[in-house]
Design a protein around this ligand. Structure first.
Ligand code: FAD
Length: 512
């Protein structure tokens, strides 16, 4: 195999994986690697050891997810009711964005779809034509996720017809999820070592990492190291000096203030994202409390102002003092460097506007398993892994930038600046194509599909000037009738759906 000395020194088969860090990233990695690699033959069996520091602890935020988390749990064979109970989880059908387009307006980014897409001509083209004809109705009237979210209702399967599919994700306590996966991983043989890494041993001075050196002198040797050490990037940055690509010129928020508050009487099946003068506030309903926080830019808002905004907008009593978290938006220049793969916050940071960090962890582990260097690390494996990781993260970055850039607000320098800024070229092209005639191009590795882009673009006021000619197929009368029938059809299961709280209570056998 072709290897370059600089990028890949480990030519031996991988027999031991060491994971540094026991946050969400560390335990998700341990669980999936143990489950999947455990199925290899005895000769190829791979030992997994996870090192975490009780002194340092975990970041302890991160509560909203997107639907692929269900596949992650399914591969592990986790029972949904047990998972919901153990992590105090609730159901998430959508995010409600408030004051993003203009103050006083809101829209939902749901996990569902509006109407049926035809080949070459998605539903939003028909809706655009209907709008131009003056036919009344919102784009979201045809989306069961939206209708159920608004009604505060939920049940997983509503019929045999895919038209009633309601893709969903979860809100959960990520610290509890980590502990849940720790128990799972240890049952599969993952060894947990408590200790703080102070140094590493490297091959021939500056080569691959051979072992972690703990504060008490113990050494943890391995062939492949997964850096899940959070924002510190203990291995990928502090040891290997990989470098960081900073994206704060596009995404200027650099702080978050988080505080839990008492639960609401009714549990909403969606996340709220409320834009304020220099950032936005999240509200995430869990079974036992609400998670709240303000993501803001320190250039436009002091910590004291942030505390006033956040605490002033809490709808239930705070359960703790607010906590400030600093971050720098961007990504490590290489997610895989030598024999170190960075997963989780060590690989980069994107604010939680679209709840993508836990998904990025899942996707990174899946990618690693696809490209796993069973017989030794090669430059080709590293190159492919880094190529895919970079594109994936850039596409999510662009989607998040869209929310800021497409704002219609005039009330603060923060929003005015973001509206006027130059966005990445790929995003500029996407917006222009959509604005012209509703064209949306699905990029490979983009987790957000066409309906997601359409909802955010239209939700923030970018409505196509024209539509695809195929949408001219039905006559005006037919279009009117078809849309009315579709709206009725979509809403049909609503009467039968239980409230979100009733659903959780039935499933968990206890009041949520
Ligand atoms: P951490 O939780 O920081 O874990 C790092 C681990 O490394 C710890 O166990 C620590 O002890 C260990 N460690 C570090 N240094 C050493 C050392 N020297 N020796 C030994 N051990 C060490 N994601 C979402 O998907 N949805 C959300 O809604 C969401 N909200 C967020 C809100 C905010 C404000 C922030 C900042 C992030 C949010 N995220 C969200 C991201 C999410 O929190 C993280 O992706 C996730 O928690 C993974 O963190 P981690 O495991 O990489 O790091």
């Amino acid at each position: 195999m072709n290897k370059t000395q600089e990028d890949a020194n480990v030519t031996r088969p991988i027999r031991k994986v060491v994971i540094l860090g026991g946050g969400t990233a560390g335990w998700m990695t341990a669980a999936l690697l143990a489950k999947v690699l455990g199925a290899t033959t005895q000769e190829r069996r791979i030992a997994i050891e996870l090192v975490e520091s009780d002194d340092i602890g975990i970041i302890g935020v991160g509560e909203a997810t997107i639907p692929p988390i269900q596949q992650f749990n399914a591969v592990l064979g986790i029972d949904e009711a047990e998972f919901l109970r153990e992590t105090k989880a609730t159901i998430k059908l959508a995010i409600r964005f408030e004051n993003w387009g203009a103050i006083g307006e809101s829209y939902y980014h749901t996990f569902g779809t509006a109407g049926r897409n035809l080949p070459f001509c998605s539903f939003h083209h028909f809706w655009t034509r209907a709008r131009q004809l003056g036919i009344e109705g919102s784009y979201w009237d045809f989306d069961l996720n939206y209708l159920s979210a608004q009604a505060g209702k939920f049940a997983p399967t509503t019929g045999n017809d895919p038209i009633w599919d309601m893709p969903y994700a979860y809100h959960f306590d990520s610290a509890l999820y980590g502990q849940f996966l720790r128990r799972y991983s240890e049952r599969l043989g993952v060894v947990r070592t408590e200790g703080t890494v102070r140094d590493v041993q490297r091959a021939a001075g500056v080569g691959d990492i051979m072992a972690l050196v703990l504060a008490d002198g113990r050494q943890v040797a391995g062939d492949l190291f997964i850096d899940c050490s959070g924002g510190r990037g203990v291995l990928i940055q502090q040891q290997l000096g990989t470098g960081y690509e900073d994206w704060s010129h596009w995404l200027p928020c650099d702080r978050a203030m988080a505080v839990p508050s008492q639960r609401h009487a009714q549990t909403a099946p969606f996340t709220r994202s409320i834009a304020h003068g220099a950032g936005w506030q999240w509200q995430i309903p869990l079974q036992h409390r609400n998670g709240n926080g303000l993501v803001y830019s320190s250039r436009f808002c002091s910590d004291d102002e942030a505390a006033q905004v956040l605490l002033g907008h809490l709808e239930t009593s705070a359960l703790d003092e607010p906590r400030i978290i600093h971050f720098r938006t961007g990504r490590t220049r290489r997610q895989w460097n030598r024999n170190v793969v960075a997963i989780g916050l060590s690989s980069g940071f994107l604010e939680p506007l679209e709840s993508t960090s836990i998904y990025l962890i899942q996707s990174a582990i899946t990618r690693l398993l696809h490209l796993f260097p069973h017989d030794g690390i090669t430059a080709q494996l590293i190159g492919e892994y880094n190529r895919q990781s970079q594109i994936e993260m850039e596409l999510i970055r662009d989607f998040i930038i869209l929310h800021y850039h497409a704002n219609q607000r005039r009330d603060s320098a923060f929003w005015r600046d973001l509206r006027q800024m130059e966005v990445p070229e790929r995003l500029a092209r996407k917006i222009a194509l959509f604005a012209a005639n509703g064209t949306l191009v699905q990029d490979q590795y983009d987790i957000f599909m066409e309906p997601s882009w359409a909802q955010v673009l239209m939700g923030q006021g970018i409505v196509p000037a024209d539509y695809h000619p195929l949408a001219d197929g039905p006559s005006e009368a037919q279009l009117r009738r078809q849309l009315a029938q579709l709206a009725q059809l979509k809403a049909r299961p609503l009467d039968q759906l239980p409230s979100h709280d009733d659903y959780l209570q039935r499933l968990l056998g206890q009041p949520a």
